[in-house]
Design a binder for this molecule. Structure first.
Ligand SMILES: [Zn+2]
Ligand SMILES: [Zn+2]
Length: 424
C-alpha cells in the first residue's frame, strides 16, 4: 500500500464543492483556494477556515437507500518533512492520508489511497446525514502512520524533524452496514472478513464535525475597494489604500508590511517573513551569537553583539531545497533596507506561505547553519522557539535572463524555481 508520494510532480489537489453564499450557485474550487470571484453573481469572497478543514466524500448513488451510513475519519497531510540529521537536513515531500482511529476493524483501509482522488469532496454541513466517528488527534495518527510505513532504505532516525504543511485536513469516507457486513460506501463493495468481535462499529465514539468555514466579503474593510489576490493567496491587497489583509475568523485583519524601494518598474517584489525569536535555552539573540554558533568565516565585530538577529523565510511556497537555502542566506546577510508602506505598480509575488510555517522553519535554518552539529544539534532539538515580532517584507529583485537578482544582498533566485504565475 503506497503511503508516501515522494514524487513532487504528483502534486495532487482535491476538488471541493462549495456553494456561493450570495446566489447559491455551485462552485468547485481546488483545496488551496482561499479567494474567489463567483462566476454567476461576481461577488468577491475570501474563505476563512477555523482550524483545519473537514470534508467528506459522497456516498455512492448505488448504495441501498436504507443504508446506515458511518463516516470514518482520515487525516490528510500534504507538505514537506525536514529530517535533521548529523549529516544535514534532508527534506522529503509527503502527501499522505492516514486512518484517524485507534481501534479500527482490521480490514478498513489504513489510507484513502489513490482511488478517491478523482472524486470531489464536500464540506460537511448540518444537512449531511450519517454518523461521524470521532478522530484521534493528528499527532497520534501520524505517529501510527510513521510506525507502519517503512522508510524506503535503512534510514537512521533523525535527531529531530519538522513537518511543514501545505495542507492538513480531515476527510471522512463513507461506509455502511448491511446484514452485519461493512461496505465501502464509495466503491459499494463489501469490506471483507470482519471478525465478529469487530463488527460492532456502533460502539465507537461519535462526533458532529462543526461547520467552521466562513465566507468573508473580498472588499477592503478600510475603503471598500475590491481586494486583489490569486486564488491561493493568503494575503489580499488593496491597491487603493495600500493595505494588506488576511482572513481571521469572520473578518479581515490588517497585515503589517514594509517594502524596500524598487530601483526599476520591472523589478519583481518578492515577499518574506522577517521574524525575531526566543530560542530557549540557546543563546541566539544577536548577530554575533549566530556568527559564533555557525562558525561563520567572519571576523567577529564588536557592534554585532548589539545587532538584533532576525530570521527570514520566503512567504511563498518553494521547493524545499531552495526554501532552506534562502532562509540561511538571508540569516547570514541580515538585510536591513529602508522600508516604505507602499504597494507600487511592480509585480508582487503572491503570499502563499503562512507565518506559522515560517516560524516553524527557524529551527531548520539553525540546523543548516550551526556547527559542529554533533554538539549542537541535540541541543537545538530540545529548544523551544517563541516568536517575537513578525512582519512581511517585500524585497525587489531585478529580472535577468535566467534569474532574479538583488544586488544589495547578493541574492539570486533561479527563474526555474520561481513560477511567476500571478500577481499579489
Ligand atoms: Zn454567487
Ligand atoms: Zn482599501
Amino acid at each position: 500500500m503506497p503511503f508516501f508520494v515522494t514524487n513532487a510532480e504528483k502534486n495532487i489537489s482535491f476538488a471541493i464543492e462549495h456553494q456561493c453564499p450570495q446566489c447559491g450557485a455551485p462552485i468547485t474550487l481546488g483545496e488551496e483556494a482561499l479567494f474567489f470571484v463567483c462566476g454567476f453573481c461576481r461577488v468577491r469572497l475570501c474563505i476563512s477556515q477555523k482550524g483545519f478543514p473537514r470534508y467528506c466524500f459522497s456516498l455512492s448513488p448505488d448504495a441501498p437507500k436504507d443504508a446506515q451510513v458511518i463516516y470514518l475519519p482520515y487525516w490528510r497531510f500534504k507538505g514537506v518533512r525536514y529530517a535533521c540529521h548529523f549529516s544535514g537536513v534532508i527534506p522529503r515531500f509527503m502527501d499522505i492520508s492516514v486512518l484517524a482511529m485507534e481501534k479500527a476493524p482490521g480490514q478498513i483501509p489504513f489510507s484513502l489511497g489513490f482511488r478517491s482522488q478523482a472524486l470531489p469532496l464536500k464540506r460537511i454541513s448540518n444537512e449531511t446525514i450519517g454518523n461521524f466517528i470521532r478522530p484521534t488527534d493528528f499527532k497520534t495518527s501520524i505517529l501510527g502512520h510513521d510506525r507502519q510505513a517503512r522508510p524506503p532504505e535503512k534510514e537512521k532516525a533523525p535527531v529531530f524533524q519538522e513537518d511543514i504543511g501545505e495542507t492538513t485536513s480531515l476527510i471522512y469516507s463513507p461506509f455502511y452496514i448491511q446484514q452485519n457486513h461493512l461496505f465501502d460506501g464509495i466503491l459499494n463493495t463489501r469490506v471483507q472478513t470482519i471478525a465478529p468481535a469487530d463488527t460492532d462499529i456502533n460502539t465507537l465514539p461519535l462526533c458532529r464535525p462543526a461547520q467552521e468555514t466562513q465566507f468573508i466579503s473580498g472588499l477592503c474593510p478600510d475603503c471598500g475597494q475590491d481586494l486583489e489576490g490569486r486564488s491561493d493567496s493568503l494575503v489580499l491587497v488593496c491597491r487603493n489604500c495600500q493595505t494588506l489583509w488576511q482572513a481571521r475568523g469572520n473578518r479581515l485583519g490588517k497585515i503589517r508590511y514594509g517594502s524596500a524601494r524598487p530601483k526599476h518598474p520591472d523589478d519583481v517584489m518578492i515577499p518574506f517573513w522577517k521574524m525575531k525569536a526566543d530560542i530557549t535555552p540557546i543563546e541566539m539573540d544577536s548577530y554575533a551569537d549566530l556568527v559564533r554558533m555557525g562558525n561563520l568565516p567572519k571576523a567577529l565585530q564588536a557592534k554585532w553583539e548589539n545587532q538584533t538577529l532576525y530570521f527570514w523565510a520566503p512567504a511563498f511556497k518553494l521547493s524545499p531545497k531552495f526554501f532552506l537555502k534562502l532562509n540561511t542566506r538571508l540569516a547570514i546577510a541580515q538585510p536591513d533596507p529602508a522600508l516604505e508602506k507602499k504597494i507600487r505598480k511592480n509585480i508582487h509575488l503572491p503570499i502563499t506561505l503562512a507565518s506559522a510555517e515560517a516560524v516553524q522553519s527557524i529551527k531548520l535554518t539553525l540546523a543548516s547553519l550551526i556547527r559542529p552539529l554533533e554538539d549542537r544539534l541535540p541541543l537545538l532539538a530540545q529548544a523551544s522557539v517563541v516568536p517575537g515580532s513578525l512582519g512581511l517584507v517585500f524585497l525587489p529583485f531585478e529580472p535577468r535572463h535566467h534569474d532574479y537578482h538583488n544586488p544589495d544582498i547578493g541574492l539570486t533566485i533561479d527563474k526555474n524555481i520561481l513560477a511567476l504565475s500571478g500577481n499579489l
